[in-house]
Write a protein that binds this ligand. Structure first.
Ligand code: FES
Length: 174
């Protein structure tokens, strides 16, 4: 007669160092996956909000210079906050000129006595329309779009325009 082995009770497998290491690795992987999903969610929400931010920036960039009558033909008005000059040409047209010299970037002041923009760094000069009168500046002063709405002059300082030459089409009129 065969002898029967005594039954062994069902005991859970003992925790080995290898199984707890695997558990820690899985926990770490879940953490990394969670971080990636969170990052993607933030990116998606951010891309939905971005167009609204751009339009807020566009509003900030618009400078209301003032009513047309405020500007005398043949004069230049500085707008330090907007970093530009508003030139009212002899014919009453408007140009918004950037203050940065196109040679090496010095700030160019307007000299009302000579009727020129005169760069203090290397003596370039520009006429009231920003065209080069004396080198070494290689091109006219940059401009910003100007529009006249209901008799009010507005300058879009968010879009600086580099130009090779003066063109009457650049001038805004009432
Ligand atoms: Fe104006 Fe050189 S930076 S002339």
């Amino acid at each position: 007669m065969a002898r029967r082995r005594p039954a062994t009770p069902d005991v859970p497998a003992a925790k080995t160092p290898a199984s707890s290491g695997r558990r820690r690795l899985l926990g770490w992987l879940w953490g990394v996956l969670g971080a990636i999903v969170t990052f993607e969610a933030i990116w998606v929400v951010g891309s939905f909000l971005r167009p609204r931010q751009r339009s807020a920036e566009a509003d900030d960039a618009l400078v209301v210079a003032g009513p047309v009558e405020r500007f005398v033909p043949g004069t230049v008005t500085a707008f330090p906050g907007g970093r530009f000059y508003l030139a009212c040409l002899e014919d009453g047209g408007f140009l918004a000129l950037d203050r940065t010299c196109t040679h090496l970037g010095c700030t160019v002041p307007w000299n009302a006595e000579t009727g020129r923009f005169e760069c203090p760094c290397h003596a370039s000069s520009f006429d009231i329309g920003g065209s080069v009168l004396a080198a070494p500046a290689p091109r006219p002063l940059d401009i910003y779009p100007v529009r006249v709405e209901n008799g009010v002059v507005k300058v879009d300082t968010g879009r600086r325009i580099r130009r090779a030459t003066f063109d009457p089409a650049q001038v805004a009129r009432a």
